[in-house]
Design a protein around this ligand. Structure first.
Ligand SMILES: C[S@@+](CC[C@H](N)C(=O)[O-])C[C@H]1O[C@@H](n2cnc3c(N)ncnc32)[C@H](O)[C@@H]1O
Ligand SMILES: [Zn+2]
Length: 278
């Protein structure tokens, strides 16, 4: 049983041939790669369609080299800790499915028989995700209008993607768990020192989130050894600094050929707090 609902009328979607169809006959084709596009143009943020193909490719190339493997391993361990047998898991803003696929594999190896979904507003990213792992149910959709039934997810994963508390609260079942990754204070500190005259440490905001009980955090911190300019620039293009760096910084970045820099993340776990508003 799937969890998709029609983005037009909200009725349940069922597979009919090579499409998802609702009771009101709204129909959405399943692409040859296996994903479905459930993004209505009015929900695409003023013409922005998330990461473009180039951004997706450079993130993919960087992740494939295993630089964020320790984070991925810890995330999968956490997902396993909180996912019961038969869990429905949704990765909101899944990108090209690097972590989504790892979660599928981890839960599968451990016999959890989970159903894993990945949504992203970028069609290019979703296409990669569905090609990467056929066992991810992939859809093009916005995290601000998630086309899945209320209370249908046991676990939600949000990794470096936009946050929509209302939708995450809505789609999680009572007592469902949300896992989130954030950069911690020293993430890429040495790289920032090499690029900026006055580098700043990352600010970590208070953990509390409306509608959720904070369960705990795990820090994942290690050194990364980047041995060529391409990896350094791929990494930099994945960060929010990419768009905010002036000409001087860009020049210093272009000249860098190797660097050792910290990866510093926090994995946060939350439980949907049903007592809110009662
Ligand atoms: C920094 S990437 C992270 C991707 C993936 N979670 C990862 O960690 O590899 C942010 C992702 O959020 C997606 N995104 C941006 N706005 C979105 C929205 N409104 N709804 C869904 N996805 C969105 C982008 O297309 C991009 O794939
Ligand atoms: Zn419909």
């Amino acid at each position: 049983m799937g969890i998709y609902i029609c983005p037009v009328c909200g009725e349940k979607l069922n597979i009919s041939g090579k499409s998802y169809v609702c009771a009101n006959r709204h129909s959405f084709d399943i692409s040859r790669h296996g994903y479905v596009n459930l993004l209505l143009s009015k929900h695409a943020v003023s013409g922005v369609h998330g990461d473009n193909k180039l951004m997706v490719q450079s993130r993919r190339a960087f992740l494939e080299k295993g630089f964020y493997q320790p984070l991925c391993d810890e995330l999968c361990a956490l997902a396993n800790e909180y996912a019961d047998d038969g869990a429905t898991v949704l990765d909101a803003g899944c990108g090209e499915g690097y972590y989504t696929s790892a979660i599928v594999e981890k839960l599968d190896i451990l016999g959890k028989n989970a159903s894993v979904y990945g949504i992203d507003i970028s069609k290019a990213a979703v296409e990669y995700a569905s090609r990467r792992n056929k066992n991810i149910n992939c859809a093009v959709a916005s995290v601000f209008h998630i086309p899945v039934e209320t209370g249908s997810c046991d676990m939600l994963v949000t990794l470096f993607a936009p946050y929509c508390g209302e939708e995450y609260f809505r789609i999680l079942r009572s007592g469902g768990v949300m896992l989130m990754a954030i950069p911690s204070t020293d993430h890429l500190w040495e790289l920032k020192q090499a690029i900026y005259d006055t580098p700043y440490k990352n600010e970590v905001k208070p953990y509390e989130l409306e509608g959720f009980e904070f369960l705990g955090s795990r820090r994942v911190r290690y050194m990364m050894c980047l041995k060529n300019g391409e990896d350094i620039r791929s990494l930099f293009s994945m960060t929010p600094y990419f768009y905010k760096t002036g000409v001087d910084g860009q020049e210093r970045l272009s000249a860098l050929e190797n660097i050792e820099t910290q990866a510093d993340f926090e994995l946060l776990a939350y439980r949907k707090d049903d007592l809110i508003g009662t």
